[in-house]
Design a protein around this ligand. Sequence first.
Ligand SMILES: *[C@@H]1O[C@H](CO)[C@@H](O)[C@H](O)[C@H]1NC(C)=O
Ligand SMILES: *[C@@H]1O[C@H](CO)[C@@H](O)[C@H](O)[C@H]1NC(C)=O
Ligand SMILES: *[C@@H]1O[C@H](CO)[C@@H](O)[C@H](O)[C@H]1NC(C)=O
Ligand SMILES: *[C@@H]1O[C@H](CO)[C@@H](O)[C@H](O)[C@H]1NC(C)=O
Length: 310
Amino acid sequence: MNAWTMERRMYTLTLLSLVLSGVGGLTVNIPKKEYEYARGDNITLPCTFTLKTPPPKNPFYIISWSGEVEGIDIEPLILTYYSNLGSTDVKSQYEGRVSLDLDLDKGKANLKLNSITKKDNKEFECRVQVPGDDEGKPSDTTRLVVLVAPSTPICEIQGKAEYGKNINLTCVSEEGMPTPIYSWKSQDVRNMPRVADPRTTDKGGVLSLYNISKDASGYYICTSSNKIRSATCNITLSVMPPSMNIGSTAGIIAGAVAALIALIIVIYCCCCRKKKEEKEEFTMGAREDEYSDKQPGVVVVGGVTSHRLG
Ligand SMILES: *[C@@H]1O[C@H](CO)[C@@H](O)[C@H](O)[C@H]1NC(C)=O
Ligand SMILES: *[C@@H]1O[C@H](CO)[C@@H](O)[C@H](O)[C@H]1NC(C)=O
Ligand SMILES: *[C@@H]1O[C@H](CO)[C@@H](O)[C@H](O)[C@H]1NC(C)=O
Ligand SMILES: *[C@@H]1O[C@H](CO)[C@@H](O)[C@H](O)[C@H]1NC(C)=O
């Protein structure tokens, strides 16, 4: 549908609503409740109006557009047009980026907005004022949704690409509005599409591969897409036998040697302790013997004493 037929449709709709409602006053209309555009686009938000019938003679128009994020924008006004001066005041914040696409006879007051950013995610209002025509619907609103293409995703391998291991291939776009959806595709080493292992899962950009073998090697492509665009990243997976490299072999040998040394130390210590304990037992025993030798001695002495007393 081109802009002209759209405009005509809106016009017809407006007239129809006028007829149906039976209100003959000024009527402003924005055809859609929401418009979606990509960030960076140059866009037009349409606005049409009809005057009461019969229209005032030589009507004087004040047409304004405002855009507001509720609770954030203190000054929602974007621009104001005065028909008597034939001039448009544009707020400095929008200077050079907005203009009015105006045709008073056709009842057109579209807002043109260049290089839209995420900040333009706002509720826009088109308002028309005509002296002597203040009944009806003098304004209408619409929401602008600024979409963001997915940024080039980052593909990564999580886990060790070795036989028998479980690994994840991850894919993430930093940006994207709406949130991108990810999908993985892969080719084997001969560039043929792969018959996926039934346990393989592809969820939220994470491709999980289980008990991988040489067959899992190949080329993997992730596509990150939302309603406006898509972007891809890719990764080459080469699955290796479990590493038995020099480093790990040396590690094993070193470990074995260390264990042996530890064992020797333990054995040595045990023997020493045993000898020492034997020694200690011997000396303690000797002391006890001395004591018990003395005991009878005391008795004897006591006996002697008692003898003496007796
Ligand atoms: C938008 O308009 C500006 C000029 O105001 C132009 O430089 C730019 O290339 C346009 N962008 C697109 C996406 O058409
Ligand atoms: C792969 O992802 C799953 C789920 O997200 C997780 O449970 C698992 O630990 C991950 N495996 C590796 C090797 O990162
Ligand atoms: C992993 O795959 C190998 C063949 O590649 C198979 O012999 C083995 O049983 C599998 N292990 C598990 C836990 O499924
Ligand atoms: C794979 O990714 C690299 C960048 O990481 C890119 O240069 C190359 O074109 C990509 N290949 C395909 C087939 O998409």
